[in-house]
Unconditional design. Structure first.
Lengths: 477, 111
């Protein structure tokens, strides 16, 4: 197994290894799905497409960085003719008749799909426990959760059954598991990657987001997924990013000339072990030449409350499509149409999904929508304005990803306590900004990974990735 | 935000709106969760939002960035006629179908 996509790509390019060999190695590492990271494994299809790719490469060389690279997709991405469950009983038998944008673009780039990874139902959860297909195990320590909702994707990269994986990040669902597993996770700006064929949870927050082993890999993946898509009117028609080229052109082990903002309260509120590593990373940024400046993000403390109004409201509307009629789970032996709706939904959704649908329905119901939904959207603007003001003083904002490391599976968190794990990731989704989660060591308390995130201005994804890449280079040198 | 009294009836009512049937034990659980969550959400009462425009989607904010950065103004893409999915493909996932259509329970009774 090579360190990252970039390295594997260079080997493929020089014909020192074949895609079939890379794929066979990934499938071997997957074992018998020992960590339950996958819901569906497409091994035959993978070996077949690897063979096809190898023929292409031997004939005309590699055509993209992802040509021949094995990867996985969170089971929330629509894949034509491959079962797509969203981690839910509701879609246990759903075989999509069309290809979603992400699957289409990665196929076009010559990537080799290993399978569809486990996740919290419809992307709702932080622990990977809300799933009809069994929780994903964290091989670093099975007593600890991999993080959610894209936990299966994170583990597929960690166990080396995939070189990269696409997850989705609505409130931190990629950055949190990346942080809990010691991986790199990158949430692009809202509107950068088309959401066509990404099963919707919170439409104004959802964004496809990759996991991998290096910052450069994040750029490689992003560049393949930013072609304009007429099927998503909320995708900004900016055309393809060229972040890989940008990074390689600006590569240096120095951060001179950049200002990094940090909000001291964020750091002080983290657990001691996490705080210690955050402070070390700040010091490292400084020693590599970045100028540190204090910024204020006072409204971020309301972000969880705002999120649980907005995300659940959007979810209650998005999930209204599951009716037991068109596709998916349908309750048997019902006497009328209404009964089919009610029974299919009540039996098909898990508790957490029902909880969020109920909360969202309440927030949008007559008499409450103005006080809850509209008020939350106003506070959302204030959260965004805080970031806008911060960027008058700095280029990027440094922040924790989570106040703690991964937590133990047997810790009995209430729903509200579980929601609070996303306190530092949610503001980014509410404001629509790009953010990269980077590992920075392990905890002195439990040896589990720790990390931080760097948050950029909207659509400043390329510069953010380049800065993060140079930081990592500086750390290694 | 007015103080809201969360009780079993409210949870049941919201369940009906969302087309979810809740067992008595579920109602009790959700009632408890809702009390926790709503009282937490009510911390938003501290925030003064007079004169603040609601932000529904960040793209409306980001849009300025890309119009400023595009060399030419955004053009609406032209409508193109494309093939739809074949009916039989779409119906493949439905639990019940008849004559190339979704079949459901009768909603209008025979007279």
């Amino acid at each position: 197994m090579f360190a990252d996509i970039f390295e594997a790509h260079n080997k493929l390019k020089k014909k020192e290894i074949s895609s079939a060999e890379l794929t066979a190695e990934c499938l071997k590492n997957l074992g018998a799905n020992k960590n339950n990271s996958f819901i569906s494994i497409t091994s035959e299809l993978a070996l077949e497409s690897a063979k096809k790719v190898d023929q292409e490469i031997s004939k005309s060389g590699v055509s993209s960085y992802l040509h021949g690279i094995p990867y996985s997709l969170k089971d929330l991405f629509i894949t034509k003719n491959i079962r797509t469950t969203a981690g839910s009983k509701m879609l246990h038998n759903y075989i999509p008749p069309y290809e979603g944008y992400v699957a289409k673009m990665l196929k076009k780039a010559g990537g080799v799909l290993v399978g569809k990874t486990g996740c919290d139902e419809f992307g709702m959860g932080s622990s990977n426990d809300n799933t009809a297909y069994g929780p994903v195990t964290n091989p670093l320590d099975p007593n600890y959760v991999p993080g959610g909702s894209s936990g299966g994707s994170a583990i597929s990269v960690l166990e080396k059954s995939s070189y990269f994986s696409m997850g989705t990040d609505t409130g931190g669902s990629v950055r949190l598991p990346a942080n809990f597993c010691g991986l790199v996770g990158f949430k692009p700006s809202y509107g950068r990657i088309s959401r066509y064929g990404q099963i919707a949870y919170g439409s104004s927050l959802d964004q496809a987001a990759p996991f991998g082993n290096s910052v450069l890999d994040m750029a490689i993946i992003l560049d393949q997924l930013t072609e304009n898509d007429p099927n998503d009117s909320t995708q900004a028609p900016l055309g393809n990013t060229k972040s890989t080229e940008y990074i390689l052109k600006n590569e240096k082990a120095s951060l001179k000339g950049f200002k990094v903002g940090y909000y001291p309260e964020f750091i002080e509120n983290c657990r001691e072990d996490v705080q210690k590593n955050l402070k070390e990373s700040l010091e490292k940024l400084r020693s590599l030449g970045a100028e540190l400046v204090e910024v204020e993000l006072p409204h971020s403390k309301y972000s969880v409350a705002v999120y649980y109004i907005i995300a659940t409201s959007e979810a209650s509307s998005n999930l209204a499509r599951f009716d037991g009629i068109h596709y998916g789970y349908s309750a048997k032996n019902q006497t009328g149409l209404e009964q089919v709706y009610v029974a299919s939904r009540s039996e098909g959704f898990c508790d957490e999904v029902k909880r969020r649908i109920l909360l969202g329905t309440f927030c949008l119901s007559s008499g409450y929508s103005d006080e809850y939904f509209n008020h939350a959207c106003k506070v959302r603007r204030l959260i965004r304005t805080d970031f806008d003001k911060a960027y008058e003083k700095c280029d990027f904002v440094f922040s924790p990803v989570c106040a703690t490391t991964s937590f133990r599976r047997d810790e009995d968190l209430t729903p509200l306590q579980m929601y609070m794990t996303d306190l530092y990731t949610i503001p980014v989704n509410l404001a629509g900004l790009p953010s990269i989660a980077i590992p920075n060591g392990t905890s002195s308390q439990n040896k589990m990974p720790t990390g931080f995130q760097l948050i950029g201005k909207a659509f400043d994804d390329e510069r953010l990735l380049s800065f993060a890449h140079n930081f990592m280079k500086g750390v290694k040198s | 935000m007015k103080k809201i009294n969360i009780n079993a009836d409210l949870v049941k009512h919201v369940g009906q709106l969302a087309r979810l049937e809740l067992e008595p034990n579920e109602i009790a659980d959700y009632e408890k969760n809702f009390k926790d969550i709503i009282s937490y959400i009510e911390t938003l009462n501290e925030v003064k939002t007079e004169g603040v425009e609601p932000l529904f989607n960040p793209l409306t904010e980001n849009i300025q960035f890309y119009t400023d950065n595009l060399k030419s103004p955004r053009k609406e893409s032209e409508d193109k006629i494309e093939a739809s999915l074949p009916v039989e493909e779409v119906l493949k996932n439905s639990p019940d179908q008849h004559n190339q259509q979704f079949r459901i329970h009768a909603v209008i009774e025979d007279q």
